[in-house]
Design a protein around this ligand. Structure first.
Ligand code: NI
Length: 221
């Protein structure tokens, strides 16, 4: 039975978590999966023994002050390879990357749901308190649909207006709480008239979900 490494959390905010891991001789972290991208900064020279999934073992040399980075998903048990010397490193996790990743997934899921004509799938991407500002309408914001029921009705109406509709060439990006989904919309109305225009949604996020979907479409003239 090995001793446990000791974590000391120095920073834990919405963007970073910085943990100093202090290992006595032969101490181990225990099995863990990294939920975030991270950087390790060794605070001293040393040797790590890594237990990896599938029963594999590896060793890694640490050099004081020489950092290395790893991506989310790494799974291992980390042991101080020395039986006599302590070891320490800083682990710097980029925790907001996970939120950005989930928001990116939400934008992809919403476009997929529109293409699947899945109204509940669209609503699953929207926050409890949500709004949809259509690309056309009487107000400066277009037609505003406020609240989940109104957003659901507007989504149904948009799909009814275009019995054939495809949002293609989707591109999704994020800046802070704002998402941008751009696409090319190709649709056919019940009267057979076709629309083929580029457009975008400017999205305001609340957590993982969309609080405001503000739609813009090119007008061909
Ligand atoms: Ni680890």
């Amino acid at each position: 039975m090995r001793a446990a490494a000791h974590p000391v959390v120095h920073i834990d905010d919405d963007r970073f978590r910085v943990t100093e891991w202090q290992f006595g001789p032969g101490a181990e972290t225990g099995w863990h999966r990294h939920g975030h991208d991270y950087v390790i900064v060794p605070l001293c020279d040393g040797q790590l023994v890594l237990d990896l999934p599938g029963g594999q073992k590896a060793t890694a040399s640490l050099t004081q002050g020489v950092p290395y980075s790893r991506r989310e998903g790494v799974e291992h048990n980390v042991t101080n390879g020395s039986d006599s010397a302590p070891l320490a490193f800083l682990e710097v996790e980029v925790v907001d990357g996970a939120l950005a990743h989930r928001r990116q997934s939400t934008m992809i899921a919403m476009m997929d749901a529109f293409n699947a004509r899945d109204v509940e799938g669209v609503m699953a991407c929207m926050a409890a308190d949500c709004a949809f500002h259509a690309s056309a309408g009487p107000e400066a914001e277009g037609q505003r649909h406020l609240g989940r029921d109104a957003v659901r009705r507007a989504t149904e109406a948009a799909l009814e207006a275009f019995p054939e509709a495809a949002w293609t060439e989707g591109k999704h990006s994020l800046a802070g709480d704002t998402g941008l989904s751009s696409w090319r919309f190709v649709g056919c109305r019940p009267d057979g008239s076709r629309v083929d225009v580029r457009g975008c949604d400017i999205l305001l996020f609340d957590g993982d979900l969309i609080a405001v979907k503000d739609s813009y479409r090119k007008a061909r003239g």
